[in-house]
Design a binder for this molecule. Structure first.
Ligand SMILES: *Cc1c(COP(=O)(O)O)cnc(C)c1O
Length: 369
């Protein structure tokens, strides 16, 4: 049975994901890739992206929450799996049962986890996370000795050690170098046996392959989006944006000079204008701030005019177009392209936010490979 009768959909090109991952793996020269698939793979659809990422050469998956990890396990994804965010210690039982690595991010967490582990017979696999400058979660550098002593005495199996950069996507930020120095010093103190040492997000993996160590945690770049304008300029290779967003014109009419359209009547036609209606609105993630953003029809740019409604919006056409005409809101059409970065700039935000705000009402369709 057809479950989506609306032409609005997000198309995810798995061959772009494959291309980006292979380029990144080449770049990090022997280190392992953790594909970061948190937040439904940055809005791209976690199961399809995870399966593709593993096929393309990633060997570990990283998510933000315990529930995201369980979702992967319940869908038969058996790869090595790390929860990077805080997991409550009552999740430990499930983590052991499903072989999920958790992040040990404070002495307090380690102590309550150790208490919880008294009920278990199998050790809990953890990655020790150090806060070297992000100030979000992580053991403080001065807690390293105490944490190392503690974990070797208890029923933890330390699989990895990591930190997260605050400014890896900028040019020459002194905090970045300081974080590298701090984490290296911590690593040298560790005597507890082999572990996976990983520090790099996409920006660091791309700009500083010498810091790839045992693994990198790449998110945004596998989706073909540069972490920042600076990284994009410095990139030694191109990324391919995997996501496009498309719909069709569902209604066309001529609106007379001086007449207004949409809520608030904020747009007045300065001449007789052909206006097309698109079945996509802010409940799909085409948020109201995108009023004025251009879309592609027949490879030409046309603006969204008037206020964006919950389920629909209007665009100004240069001439009469038939209904059913394909409209590309993100992605390419003929020689023209609208990148996620363009929306981010229009909305005065970072590209990361864009695929995440496309709501569940927009079905994801997969092409390529
Ligand atoms: C989200 C996240 C990443 C991925 O960062 P990108 O910039 O998307 O590559 C890596 N590490 C941690 C701890 C994260 O939270």
């Amino acid at each position: 049975m057809e479950t989506n009768y609306r032409p609005t959909k997000a198309i995810v090109d798995l061959s772009a994901i494959d291309y980006n991952i292979k380029k990144l793996i080449e770049r990090i020269d022997g280190a392992r890739m953790m594909a970061v698939v948190k937040a439904d793979a940055y809005g791209h659809g976690v199961l399809e992206i995870s399966r593709q990422a593993l096929k393309s050469g990633a060997s570990i998956l990283a998510v933000a929450t315990p529930d995201e990890a369980l979702h992967l396990r319940k869908n038969d994804i058996e790869a090595e799996l790390l929860v990077m965010g805080a997991a409550p210690v009552r999740f430990i039982k499930e983590a052991i049962k499903h072989d999920i690595n958790l992040t040990a991010y404070s002495m307090e967490w380690l102590e309550s986890a150790a208490e919880e582990l008294k009920k278990e017979t199998v050790p809990l696999k953890v990655h020790l996370k150090f806060d070297t400058g992000m100030r979000r979660i992580g053991l403080q550098p001065e807690e390293a000795d105490a944490a190392f002593d503690f974990v070797v005495q208890q029923v933890f199996r330390v699989e990895g050690m990591y930190t997260h950069f605050a400014t890896a996507d900028e040019a020459d930020n002194p905090l970045f170098l300081k974080q590298v120095e701090t984490v290296n010093a911590i690593k040298k103190k560790w005597q507890g046996g082999p572990l996976m040492f990983h520090v790099s997000n996409s920006a660091a993996a791309i700009l500083h392959p010498e810091l790839a160590f045992d693994a990198v945690r790449t998110g945004i770049s596998i989706y073909g989006i540069a972490p920042s304008a600076y990284v994009k300029r410095e990139m030694p290779f191109d990324l391919k944006q995997a996501m496009s967003l498309e719909t069709e014109i569902i209604h066309v009419k001529k609106v007379k000079k001086g007449e207004t359209l949409s809520y608030g009547a904020t747009y007045t036609c300065s001449e007789d204008e052909w206006i097309g209606t698109l079945p996509i609105g802010y409940a799909d993630g085409l948020i109201r701030g995108l009023q004025g953003q251009e879309v592609l029809v027949r490879g030409r740019r046309m603006p969204i005019v008037g206020r964006i409604c919950m389920d629909q919006c209007m665009i100004r056409l240069p001439e009469k177009f038939p209904t059913g005409e394909n409209v590309q809101l993100l992605g390419s059409q003929k020689d023209a392209v609208i990148l996620i970065e363009e929306w981010a700039e229009k909305l005065d935000t970072i590209p990361y936010e864009i695929p995440c705000i496309l709501t569940k009402r927009v079905p994801r369709q997969y092409i390529g490979i």
